[in-house]
Design a protein around this ligand. Structure first.
Ligand SMILES: O=C[C@H](O)[C@H](O)[C@H](O)COP(=O)(O)O
Length: 223
C-alpha cells in the first residue's frame, strides 16, 4: 500500500539521526515500526544503543530486532526519541495516543533532548482535532471523569476493544474526544488537566524538535 511506503520513508529517514552510543526513546505505532526495524539492522552492524520503549508492543518488537531495552533506572536523560503521531499542526503540536500509548510516550518524549516525529503526509492538519483526542483516565470513577470531559466535548466516549473496555499498558482507560477543531490546544490541555481522574492527554504541545513527513511516492520532507 502507498501509505505504507510513506510511513516507511519517514520512519527509515529518522533512523539516520541515531548515532552509536545514544540513549534513545522508541515510540509506538505503524510508522516508527520502520524506524525500529532500521535500528535493528544498525545494531546488528555494530551500533551501540540503549533504548526505552513507550509500550509493551514496542518493547517486544525492539527486543526481536536485537535492540537493548533499558528503563529509567538506567538513565533519566535520553538523547533522542522518535515517535509517530495521529495529527501534526503547523506549529508542530501533536495529537497522539491513537494506539493508546500516550502516557509512556509523553514521559519518554519529555525526558529527551530531541524529539523527532515521523508521519505520513495525511497526518498534517491546519487545526488539530479531526482525529478524536485520546485522554487517559484512571479506572476508578471513570464514569464521573467522562461526565466532566463531556462538559468540554459532549460526544466524548470511553474507548472499547470489541465488547470490552480498552485497557492501556498502565491499566488505565481511554476517553476519546471527537472535537473536530481545537482552536487553542494549550487551553484545552489546561482544562483537561484540571479534571480529577485525567492521567494524561494526547496533546503534545511544543515538544517536537523535528517532523519528518513521508510522501506516498517514497520521498520525505523534513520540517
Ligand atoms: O498510541 C499510539 C501512538 O501515539 C502512535 O504514535 C500514533 O497513534 C501514530 O501511530 P501510527 O504511526 O501507527 O499512525
Amino acid at each position: 500500500m502507498e501509505i505504507n511506503l510513506a510511513k516507511k520513508a519517514a520512519g527509515e529517514k529518522a533512523a539516520e539521526y541515531v548515532e552509536s552510543g545514544m540513549n534513545i526513546g522508541l515510540g509506538t505505532g505503524s510508522t516508527v515500526y520502520y524506524t525500529i526495524l532500521k535500528l535493528g539492522e544498525q545494531v546488528k552492524s555494530g551500533m551501540k544503543l540503549k533504548a526505552i520503549a513507550t509500550s509493551l508492543a514496542t518493547e517486544k518488537l525492539a527486543k526481536e530486532c536485537g535492540i537493548p531495552i533499558v528503563d529509567f533506572s538506567a538513565t533519566q536523560e535520553l538523547d533522542l526519541t522518535i515517535d509517530g503521531a495521529d495529527e501534526v499542526d503547523g506549529k508542530w503540536n501533536l495529537i497522539k495516543g491513537g494506539g493508546g500509548a500516550l502516557m509512556r510516550e509523553k514521559i519518554v518524549a519529555a525526558a529527551s533532548r530531541e524529539f523527532i516525529v515521523v508521519v505520513d503526509a495525511s497526518k498534517k492538519v491546519d487545526y488539530l482535532g479531526k482525529f478524536p483526542l485520546p485522554v487517559e483516565v484512571i479506572p476508578f470513577g471513570w464514569e464521573v471523569t467522562l461526565k466532566h470531559i463531556k462538559a468540554l466535548c459532549r460526544t466524548a466516549y470511553l474507548r472499547t476493544k470489541g465488547a470490552e473496555i480498552f485497557v492501556t499498558d498502565n491499566n488505565n482507560y481511554i476517553v476519546d474526544m471527537p472535537i473536530k477543531s481545537i482552536i487553542s490546544p494549550k487551553q484545552l490541555e489546561l482544562q483537561l488537566r484540571e479534571i480529577p481522574g485525567v492521567a494524561v492527554t494526547g496533546l503534545f504541545i511544543g515538544m517536537a524538535s523535528k517532523v519528518i513527513v513521508g510522501e506516498t511516492d517514497g520521498k520525505v520532507v523534513e520540517l
